[in-house]
Design a protein around this ligand. Structure first.
Ligand code: ZN
Ligand code: ZN
Length: 605
């Protein structure tokens, strides 16, 4: 147990506190000091991170209220190094520095400290000349500040003064050695760097220093790497650096980066755009040094927002997946515009896998095109937990039929009774259909194509619709009409028909009582209905025959009067005009010629 523990100065590094403790306590042996403070002589003293903090905190005076966690978060670079890591990595790292357990290599690997291109920690302890003066004025002694040791920080965040290298070179310091800051290893007038008068450069470096110090003092909430990637991706796209539907224009990104950070690239090699710049928007983004996140954020801040015109308004758009944590949050950047029948349809793809389409009409509900992996996972859970169909549908915000459909798709065993599935008709087999046609032709090779079609209409129809090319190439060959050759021999037909007409006219003329011989009665006598009417232009002989054979109404009436007179004569009764008229069934409206003929016939009798 330590009887004394010095006051921790603002943003002081634990390494510095331990150095001052050793100095104030007058302990000369590092080993003795380690035993007193950590209870272990084999402790490895870290400059920026310290392990076994649990033992150290336990040895501090209880009145100070120093816990291992407080020491880790307030006096080491741990919060900065894990700022852009997941909660899991943060907890692991904290457990490593506070507990005795843990292996150093695994820890460094997880934090990305082993890869040179990820985090390059300083090789010397650094200080600010202005801070040095203030420290001496206020506290009468110097101390190592945390924010002066952050990788990529070259100026004091508070003063903008270039950080100076102390004479404490880390590689030359033993693992148990603790060197406190003093006026010797932190000289008052360090040599200024060459860029000290480049105002733009210093301003840019101070912005980086301020962001780094903020990250160390109050790191953001832990989020998975993909969330950081997503955020940067969206922000870069909204700054006009997008490409295609959801990509990043890497060349434009690099140009913008070089234009913005050009002045500092020579003096801060870690900021140079390398492969990491392309990877910042990868779906599987590898862990990146916090400095690089800071640089990207500064670049994004420096670029103006670009308004992208979309009929659905500026993105990102709200996610409609009720199962996603980001439901109703603007996270969708992928919107495809389609025009269907004059209407504009947007297809929105959310990173959670939910895809839906929506029209511009605000009254219409969006149509889900893909429920995404969250739906399937939740459905499996609900079914496994023994929920019924209705309950499962409610929990998933869909209809019971949709649940049933996805249960069938995933092949899940359900606690509810499966509904009868409609028996499906056996699929029509193309080969069987082809065989039916070929066999039909082989069995009756004399049949024409049309006749075979009439024999097996179902086979013909299926092949005609589904296998047209094959069917066209198959026998029997369709009989095609030669259009140059007339289909009928009209002159022959004309002669025959004219002859028929004469025969029929003779037959009709012999009928009693007499019937009028006109085109209609002749047509009927030939056995057709209106056959002549539409074909007479092809039948000149028939036209002549008709003109000769047909009789007008008056002619027919006269013929009928003559017939009636002959009949009355046979009866040998008195013949009057009235009786003759009635026998000949003449109407009252006969022409004068017919009336004259009637009277003449009556007077002759
Ligand atoms: Zn300073
Ligand atoms: Zn979503």
């Amino acid at each position: 147990m330590l009887a004394y523990f010095p006051e921790i100065y603002p943003d002081e590094l634990l390494y510095s506190v331990l150095g001052r403790l050793m100095c104030h306590s007058g302990i000369l042996s590092n080993i003795h000091f380690l035993v007193d403070s950590f209870g272990n002589r084999r402790i490895c003293v870290g400059f920026f991170l310290q392990t076994n903090l649990g033992q150290l905190a336990a040895n501090t005076p209880p009145s100070r209220g120093l816990t291992a966690q407080r020491l880790a978060l307030e006096t080491t670079l741990l919060p900065y190094l894990t700022a852009y890591r997941s909660q899991e990595v943060r907890e692991l790292a904290l457990a490593y520095v506070t507990d005795k357990s843990g292996n150093r290599t695994g820890f460094h690997f997880r934090l990305g400290l082993t890869a040179d291109n990820v985090v390059r920690l300083p090789s010397v302890l650094r200080y600010c000349a202005t801070c040095r003066t203030e420290m001496l004025d206020r506290y009468g002694e110097l101390y190592w500040r945390r924010d002066h040791q952050i990788p990529g920080v070259l100026v004091c965040a508070i003063h903008g003064t270039p950080l100076a290298d102390s004479s404490v070179i880390l590689a030359q310091t033993k693992s148990y050695e603790i060197i406190f800051a003093d006026e010797d290893n932190c000289p008052a007038d360090p040599a200024p760097p060459t860029w000290v008068n480049h105002l733009e450069t210093v301003k840019m470096l101070q912005r980086i220093a301020k962001c780094s110090a903020t990250l160390l003092a109050s790191p953001p909430h832990a989020r998975p790497l993909t969330a950081w990637r997503e955020e940067s991706h969206l922000a870069l796209r909204s700054r006009g650096l997008g490409r295609g539907r959801a990509g990043i224009d890497q060349a434009a990104l690099k140009d913008a980066f070089l234009a913005h950070f050009g002045p500092i690239l020579d003096i801060l090699p870690d900021a140079a755009p390398g492969k990491w710049l392309g990877r910042i928007t990868y779906k599987q983004m590898p862990p990146l040094a916090p400095l690089r996140h800071i640089l990207i954020n500064l670049l994004i801040e420096s670029l103006p927002q670009v308004k992208v015109s979309s009929p659905f308004g500026p993105g990102p758009w709200l996610c409609r997946n009720p199962l996603a944590e980001h439901h109703k949050q603007p996270v969708i950047t992928d919107c495809e515009i389609h025009k269907l029948g004059g209407k504009i349809i947007g297809v929105f793809r959310c990173p959670c896998g939910y895809v839906f389409s929506s029209g511009l009409d605000p009254g219409r509900r969006p149509r889900v095109l893909d429920f995404g992996p969250l739906f399937d996972a939740r459905l499996c859970e609900l079914v496994a937990a023994g929920n019924n169909r209705i309950g499962t549908a409610r929990a998933l915000h869909v209809s019971p039929n949709t649940v049933q459909y996805h249960v069938a798709l995933l092949g899940l065993e359900t606690p509810w009774k499966a509904r009868p599935v409609r028996a499906k008709l056996p699929k029509i087999d193309r080969e069987a259909m082809r065989a039916a046609w070929t066999d039909g032709h082989a069995a009756a090779p004399d049949l024409t194509r049309l006749q075979l079609h009439r024999e097996i209409p179902r086979v013909f129809r299926w092949l005609y619709k589904n296998d047209h090319a094959w069917l066209s190439a198959q026998p029997p060959v369709a009989i095609t009409r030669n259009s140059n050759k007339p289909r009928f021999d009209w002159p022959v037909i004309d002669t025959a028909k004219a002859e028929r007409l004469r025969q029929e006219a003779t037959r009709l003329r012999a009928q009693t009582p007499p019937q009028q011989i006109n085109r209609v009665s002749l047509d009927r006598a030939l056995g057709h209905k209106r056959w002549l009417g539409s074909r007479l232009h092809k039948l000149p002989l028939c036209v002549i025959a008709l003109a000769e054979l047909t009789e007008s109404v008056d002619e027919f009436r006269c013929r009928r009067i003559a017939w009636a007179a002959a009949e009355l004569r046979k009866q040998e009764g008195p013949i009057s005009v009235t009786r003759l008229r009635r026998f000949a069934t003449l109407g009252p409206n006969c022409s004068p010629e017919v009336e004259a003929f009637l009277r003449k016939v009556a007077s002759d009798l």
